[in-house]
Structure formats: structure tokens, C-alpha cells
Design a protein around this ligand. Sequence first.
Ligand code: GDP
Ligand code: MG
Length: 742
Amino acid sequence: MNHPRGNLIALAGNPNCGKTTLFNAITGAHQHVGNYPGITVEKKEGYCQANGRHIQLVDLPGTYSLTAYSLEELVARNFLIQDRPCAVINILDASNLERNLYLTIQLLELGVPVLLALNMVDMAAARGLAINCEELGRRLGLPVIPTVARTGKGKETLLEAAAKLGQEDAVWEPLHISYGPDIDPVLDTMEAQIKAAAFLTDSHPARWSALKYLEADEEVIRKGKEKNLALSSKLEQLAEQVTQHLRKTLDSYPEAIIADHRYGFIAALLKEGVVKQSHKADRLYLSDQIDRVLTNRLLGPIFMMLIIYATYTFTFTYSKAPVAWLGAGFSALGRLADSLLSPGPLKSLIVSGVIDGVGGVLGFVPLILFMFFAVAFLEDTGYLARIAYMLDRVFRTFGLHGSSVMAYIISGGIAGGCAVPGVLATRTLRSPRERIATLITAPFMNCGAKLPVFAMLIGAFFAAKQAQVMFLLTLLSWTAALLIAKLIRSTILRGPSTPFLLELPPYRLPTFKGLFIHTWERTWQYIRKAGTIILAISIVFWALMSFPGLSETDKKIYDEKRASVLAYAPQEFRESLSHYKESPGAANPASDPYRIRLQEVDYEEAQAALKNSVAGRIGSGLTVITAANGLDWRTNVALLSGIAAKEVIISTMGTAYSLGQSRRGETIPLSSRLAADASWSPLKAFALIVFIMLYAPCLATITCIIRESTWKWGLFSLVFNTMIAFILSALVYRGGLLLGLG
Ligand code: GDP
Ligand code: MG
């Protein structure tokens, strides 16, 4: 085997065992958060000194197991195998020893040098649990150190023990557990064959590889096939035989038997003299009492609705003011740039490309901050696991997971959310397939930016039934999201669902410090990552809508029009009219008609420039296709610009329809303009609503999808969602025409 890295120590443990708290207590400010190469699992590294040595500490993702089911488990496992830390500190929640030791057993089977940090001994003591660390250590043959991560108690002793363990060059013998009469003989045969062929033995112990073949571990089998196809097939065959045999005799399968024996081993380990329980008033008991109400069949869903609703209100209510401040700040910045720079492409680039684009992304930050805080709260208290538990059955029918519901709701499941935090909320999903299916479908929800567009169209065509139509749209987006998730999960993302962990962690009161750290870390990642990409893309969009601009001859036409308006204006107004832009509200009834006429020429010019731009030409070109759902070039350009941010749809449509102010100086509402337009009908408006509901997510969302998965899925959401939107809205439009609703 490769030699372990002399100063690298890893922290492993179940989620919520206090890993991060301990990591922070040990490394203090000397840490660095990044990602594991190529994936989104967070990697935290830090540095410290122990026994006069410089030590590099890595906080592995929290896992219950070391299978290949979830990304976290795979990452943790591969880190141990490939980076070979000289010691692994396995942190256990002392008040939940039995469950936590399950991971320990697997670490020991993998043969890595382990020591145990028995954390939360304060909590265990409060529950009347006393754990004999020496005895446990003696039975397992490794150091066991009691700690309280919250106060930092025991961390020095732990570090010293870890450093000492890392220095010992002793050969590590992987733990050998008996798996009973059915499995043991086969395991021995496999082990012998693996050893003889030196198959994968440079990275894992022979018996471990054999176990993985029995557990049908995709990752190990894939590696095995590459290494030695003949032996790998033989091992698979052996595993298959055991599987068949177990099915016949015990109506069970290897993984279940293996888990049973591991728990049996743990039970034996803890028997007599390791754990002493003095009194029974404990947190688990309290948790059970709470769960009797909160996960009750009838009351559970009601409480869940209320809690979700509260989360939602909390996020969107309290973030409203800071979102508005940021918005105001960016428009002030825009105005400042507007007044400082001379007209031309550079000014347009800075104002419409850079400031609007970056402002669009940073504008989400308060929203995300509050959402992460709320989710961290639900997660840390243990309630999120209950939501997932209650909804799992329904969501599983559609190939999703109980935890998907949070992402949907935050994205706008109750109308008016935002897909950016929604996409980030999928982090609570452990299985990659279910996670991607949620990522792709969450943007179908009606986010706060789509609502004004819907409101405008509803106002124009369904004014009498506003509430009903809005409710219908909410139902429609859920139906579409679930059905399309089902479609994705039974085609490109086909595969079994993750076995759901039915274990519900006990309720716990989170600390503010913990909540703030979690919230801030996630938010900062968003700012840093989304900020850079989005800047580049918004510049591209700006260019598409600004270039090539109007030709000199075309510009001249508008200049002449303006000149002729000025020529008709009386001398006394002329001076003020050439500055009409700076005093838009100048109340001078005599000069107003001329001022408005000048503005109309401006709007006409903007419309012509937009039509002539690359985006405009694409929009016109697309009419060949969008004739199917009745959309003209104006709507196409607006939809194109809506990919940058959905709220832009209305303003682009305004430009495309050359909307300005009426002769009396009032702004003409787009909705009355459309309502009066003979080429529009309620059917067409509805088809457009369906399209907007489902088509490509906005850039900020796509960026987040890319960050949370790969750029391929980001691209997929752009293309696939637009196709779905097109097909469905064309069906609505054509179907409606056939039924004579047009
Ligand atoms: P992780 O998921 O393993 O990283 O767990 P965290 O470090 O986020 O801790 C989960 C929760 O347990 C937080 O609310 C911590 O404040 C709390 N916690 C961590 N260590 C201790 C401890 O030793 N005693 C007590 N009472 N609480 C702890
Ligand atoms: Mg953590």
C-alpha cells in the first residue's frame, strides 16, 4: 500500500456529531474552504500544531456509512483511500453511540489508523449516560478521548493522541468481523483470490474489496473491471451466487445481512461496563414525545404546512428591505455612471451590462442569506429530517425525495419564491440522481420575477378571474414539475432511489454561532462563484441586444425626425427641448406636445435598434418556429432577454412595442396595449404564460445549477426546459385554436 502522508489528519463522523464545531475549535481562523476537485462537496482544510509538528487537518463530509450511494460518502471514502491521512479522528456523538459506531466499524474495516473523539459527553452526562472510554478503547484497540467541541474541552489531548498515532509506523491490520455462516466462507474465498492476484490491494485491503463486491458497490466494481476483468467477473459471479442463496434461504440480501452483523458487533462491544445509564429522563424520550405530535398522521402535515409557510414568510418578508436597499444602491450607481460617462457603447456596457448584471446577482444575496439561515435552523433542530420523512412517499412516486419539497417551495412553490436559493437548497439531498432531477425541475415554480409578467398578462386578458388564474398557475407548475421529474427519472436519470435513512435525529436547540457560520459560509460561496460567471454572461447578453445597432443612414432618419419636431417648436422652447431628457417632468404645457413627440421618436429608434440587434434578428428568425405557439418577434426578443433575468421581459416588451408615454404624459401600461392589440387573445396570452413558467431558468439560476452539478446540467436545463415549455405552450395554443378558443 502507499505510504500515509505524515502530517495529514482527517476528521470523519456522522452528520451533526459536532465535526465542524471541533474543526473550528482546533484550527480557529487557520482554515480554508473549497470544493473537492470537480464536484460540489465542500472541502474544509485547516492547520494546527501538535507535538511540535505542523499538522494539516481536513474536515470530511458527514456520513453515516462508506457506501457509494451518495457523493459525500464516496468523497470521504476516496479521500481516505487516495490521500492516505496518517490518522483519522472519528468523531462520535456520545449520546448516540450505537448508531455512530457503525461508521467506526467501516473505517476500521478499511484499515485506516483511527482514534475516537467521544464528543458531546456533556450532553450524554445530562442524559445520565456515563461512558467508560478506557474500556471502549481497550476493546477496540484504539485511543478514545472524551471531548466537548462546543467548549473545546479535550481538544489538546485529542490532537496529541492523533499526532502520536500518526507517528507510529505500525502496520495496520484491518478489523475482521464475522458475517455469519452464509457469507463468511465466500468472503474467505474471495479474499484469497484477491490477495493472490494482488487485485486492487495497493489501495484497499483484500477483505474490504470482497465485501464491496458482495454489497454490489458500483464504484469498486468499476475500478475492478478496469484492473482485471476476468477476476472481477469471477468475484461478481461469486457475489451473485450468495445473493441468490440468501434470497432463497433467508429472504434477504447481502447488504442487509452485513449491516445486521455490524450492529451485532457493536451491541457486543457496548455490552457490560462501557455505557452506564443512571436515569431515564432523556432527550430521546423528549424527542419521541415531540414526534408524536409533529409527525402524527393528521397533525403532522398541518404543522408541516405551517412551519414551511413560516420559513417562507420569514425568508421573503425580512429580506424585502435589504433587497430593496441593494436594488436602490445599484440603481443609484447606475445613475451615477450615467451622469459621469459620455454617451456611447462604453457607457451602455457599464450601465446595462456590468452594473445591471452584477446588481441582478448581488440583489439576491439578502434573500439567500435569510433562506440559508431558515434552512440551517430547520436542519440543525432536526425538523428538516421530519419533513423529508413525511413527504418521502409522495415524492418517491415521482422519482424524487422528501427533501425535494424544500427546494420547490423556496423556488416559488407557493408563488413568489426564487429558484436561486431553491437550487442551493437541494444540498440537503444526498442522492445525486434525485438531486439533479430536483435541480432541473425546481425552476418550473413561479418565482417572484415571473409574477409581475404573469400579473401583466392576467391583467390584460383575465382581469375578472385574477385569483383563480393565479391559483391555477400554481397548481400547473407543481404538476409540471412532478411529472417532468418523473419523466427525467425514468429516462436519462434512471436508477433506484436512495435507500431512505429512516433514522430521525433527536431534536436539538441550535446555537446562534453555528447557524451564523453555516449561513455565512454558504452565502459567501454564492457571492464569489455566481459573481464572476454572471458578469461575463450579462455582458454577452448586453452585446446581443445592442449590436450592431442602427446604420448611419437609419440614425439620420431619426435625427431628421427630431430636427423637424424642433423646427416646428416655437423658438422659446427649442433650447429647453434639446435637453428634454434631463427634465422629463418639466411641467410646461406649451412645450409638452413637442417634448412627447421627441420622446416618441426616441422610442421608435430604440425599437428599430432592438429589432436590428443580434437578439432582435434571432427573435425574428425564431418566428418560423414560434408561429406554433403564436409568438411574434417582439415577444421572442423579450423572452430571450428574460433568460438574463425574468423581470426584464416586461421592459424589453415595452421597448419592442415602442412604448413610451401617452400624449398626456402618462406611462402607457403594456397590459392595455396588449389587450387592445388585435393579434393578441386570451389563448395566446395563456400559451405565453405557460411558456414563461417552464422555459429556461434565468442566468443566476443556471449559474447555480452549474455550480451545484456540472456545466452539462446547466446547459441541459437551458435547452430541455425551453423545449418542454415550447411543446406544452404550442399544445395549449394549437389545442385552444382547434377548440375555437382563439
Ligand atoms: P457537524 O454536522 O458534524 O459538522 O456538526 P456541527 O459542528 O455543525 O454541530 C452540530 C450541533 O451540535 C451544533 O449545534 C453544535 O453547537 C452542537 N455541538 C457540537 N459539539 C457539541 C458538544 O460537545 N456538546 C454539545 N452540547 N453540543 C455540541
Ligand atoms: Mg459540518
